[in-house]
Design a protein. Structure first.
Length: 190
């Protein structure tokens, strides 16, 4: 009987790219130090790379879904060319308070709800218990916990941010993505 794949779930802004607030073009996109090493290592261990990202900038009217999808294609090409293919990017354009028009609504895909993670699990047959999530906000961690992800890492780089929240649902906190590389190596078992 084949073993279900495991995934490395990644938030985008703040984990994959530096969070500059509503990044919507390649010119604004700067990779977080260590993200490529982390992703290549995860792929070498058999993890699927899955991005789950709230994109309220679409809902607020700051950029369009077409802008987001063009940047996503560019990002996925860059990762594939560097040996870290992303299996799929899930995004939620809705915001219940600040969304404009059809984008102003509640959604079970908007983190902290687990909808994007659960959809990925269904589509790829992912074993969530053996998977890892890396996010830079407590809402990311809450989504991972609600979905049943086995290890939820709060990425909290020291530069420019206050201390991580004292009360977090995270399995652990990492100040460098290299810490997560080590974690993936330590959690190779079933």
């Amino acid at each position: 009987m084949p073993v279900s794949p495991r995934a490395l779930f990644l938030d985008r802004d703040g984990v994959i790219n530096v969070d500059r607030g509503y990044v919507c073009s390649p010119e604004q996109f700067e990779l977080v130090d260590g993200i490529m090493d982390l992703c290549r290592h995860a792929v070498s261990l058999g993890y699927l790379l899955v991005v789950a990202t709230n994109q309220a900038g679409i809902g607020r009217g700051y950029y369009t879904e077409a802008d987001f999808l063009a940047l996503t294609d560019w990002m996925c090409d860059a990762f594939r060319e560097r040996g870290a293919p992303i299996s799929k990017v899930y995004y939620c354009p809705f915001h219940p308070e600040f969304g404009v028009g059809v984008y102003r609504r509640e959604s079970d895909c908007r983190k902290p709800a687990p909808g994007m993670i659960l959809q990925a699990a269904r589509e790829f047959g992912i074993d969530l218990h053996r998977s890892v999530l890396v996010g830079d906000k407590e809402s990311d961690i809450m989504a991972g916990v609600a979905a049943g992800v086995g290890c939820n890492v709060l990425y909290w780089p020291k530069s420019g941010r206050a201390q991580p929240p004292a009360a977090t649902l995270a399995s652990q906190t990492a100040t460098h993505l290299a810490d997560v590389v080590q974690l993936l190596g330590d959690s190779q078992g079933t």
